[in-house]
Every structure is written in C-alpha cells, then in structure tokens.
Design a protein around this ligand. Structure first.
Ligand code: SF4
Length: 245
C-alpha cells in the first residue's frame, strides 16, 4: 500500500492515550500509544482481548490524519503502536507505524512475532528510514498456546534498537526461550538485541525468572547476550486490569 492510498483509508482503533511505556528497554518513558483492532493470534494469557473485534462497539474507524492529530495533541514524540497486532499483512493498519514515522514520530512497534516485519522496499512511498522504527517483538512460548505460529526468521531482521520479549508462564516456557536464544545467539549478540523475560501476571513469580537468569549467568556472559527481567510496570502503577494506561 502506498502513502497516497493509505491516507484515504480508515483504521480500526481501540484507543489512543498517553502513559508510561510499561515494558522492555523503554519502560518508564512517557509515551503515547495507539492500540489498533484485530489480532491474528489468541494467546491463552492475553490481557487485551478487548482489542480482538475489528468492528462494532469499542472500535473507532479513524483516518490516518485524525490519528495523527490526536497524537500531536497528546504531546509525546515517542509512540508505541500496539494492538491486537499492528502488522497484520493485507490490512491497512500495517502501514500506520510507517505513516507516523513519516510524520516525525519515534515509533516502536509491539508485534507478536507471527507476522513479517517490514520488508525492504515495502514502505518506500512513505519516504522513511526503516531504522527510525524499532520493534519490540514477541516470541510466543508454549504456555501461550501460540508457539507454532512464531516466524523465527523475523529475528534476523532485527537490529540494535530492537528487542525480543518472551512472556513466560512456567519453567517450560523459560527452557523454550533459552532454546530459541541459543539457535540465534550469535546474531543476537552481534546486534546487541535486548532479551526481555516477562512473567505472565499472576502465573509465575518474577523471582523465579531472576533465579533462572542467574543460573545461566555464565551462558549469557560467555555469549555476549543481554537478558533482562521485564515487569509490566503499569500493572503496579494502576490496577492490573485497568485499560488506557
Ligand atoms: S498477540 Fe497480543 S493481542 Fe494477540 S492474543 Fe496474543 S497477547 Fe493478545
């Protein structure tokens, strides 16, 4: 889809708001969020199921220009495009992050890792440098019920400002994450990709993740990897199920 085509279509939006970034290496930054409707996955522990419907109550169809105006009004220059899944192929919403980058926003895309990241040439008409867009990409662990959907080839498209996130609910998920990391360890080390381990809220204690990371210190150190515990800090600042934060 070209920029000209994109500017004329409406995007199904669940919410636009300003908050702090809740996770990963941007955690705590004052940012704006655009949550688009629709997701290609159904994770067992999903905490944003309200983003699944693409039409009906709770979904606002907005022109790109209207989304841009709301974001400018909020004031942050950093925006996190989330969902649902922002990069679903074949849907106009896939080009919202490129459009926002073209309008001088610093963009992070939270993607589920089961859809392709932007390919070379795909956003040419938006006249952006793809390095202006960062990815916080999930690798779905077995506890999500969605691990067979991982597009692992996405990993070698990531670069230094990008990060991986493993949401883990138990020891089996931690072991799975480590297996994936081990397969791509040279690339992940070369690009200095942050490896976030995030607990399923209420399912695994964060200290169990810390203990797991500690028990693999030598492995991470000797391979030049960057593992981190990532807590959803918005769930500590506000009630865990509060929306729009
Ligand atoms: S990918 Fe994200 S929005 Fe989609 S089901 Fe999984 S957790 Fe929910």
């Amino acid at each position: 889809m070209t920029l000209k085509e994109f500017e004329k279509v409406k995007i199904p939006v669940i919410e636009i708001f300003q908050s702090i970034s809740g996770e990963g290496i941007t955690a705590g930054n004052l940012v704006s969020f655009v949550r688009v409707a629709g997701c290609n996955l159904r994770c067992t522990w999903c905490d944003t199921k309200y983003s699944f419907p693409e039409t009906g109550p709770g979904v606002k169809d907005m022109l790109p220009r209207e989304i841009l105006e709301e974001l400018i009004e909020l004031g942050s220059t950093e925006v996190i495009c989330t969902g649902g899944e922002p990069l679903e192929p074949g849907k106009a919403k896939r080009y919202l992050p490129a459009y926002l980058a073209a309008n001088d926003f610093s963009v992070v895309i939270e993607t589920d890792g089961a859809v392709p990241v932007y390919s070379a040439g795909e956003t040419d008409s938006f006249d952006i440098d793809l390095s202006d867009i960062s990815y916080c990409m999930d690798i779905k662990c077995p506890g999500s019920g969605m691990s067979e959907h991982n597009l692992l080839e996405n990993i070698i498209e990531l670069t230094g400002d990008d990060e991986l996130k493993f949401v883990v609910r138990d020891k089996a998920d931690l072991d799975y994450a480590l297996d994936i990391i081990d397969k791509y360890k040279d690339y992940l080390a070369d690009e200095d990709i942050a490896l976030n381990f995030s607990p399923v809220f209420g399912a695994i204690q964060p200290v169990e993740i810390v203990d797991f990371l500690k028990s693999h210190t030598e492995y991470f150190e000797s391979n030049g990897l960057w593992p981190r515990l990532s807590l959803q800090i918005h769930k500590f600042v506000w009630p865990p199920h509060q929306r729009g934060v």
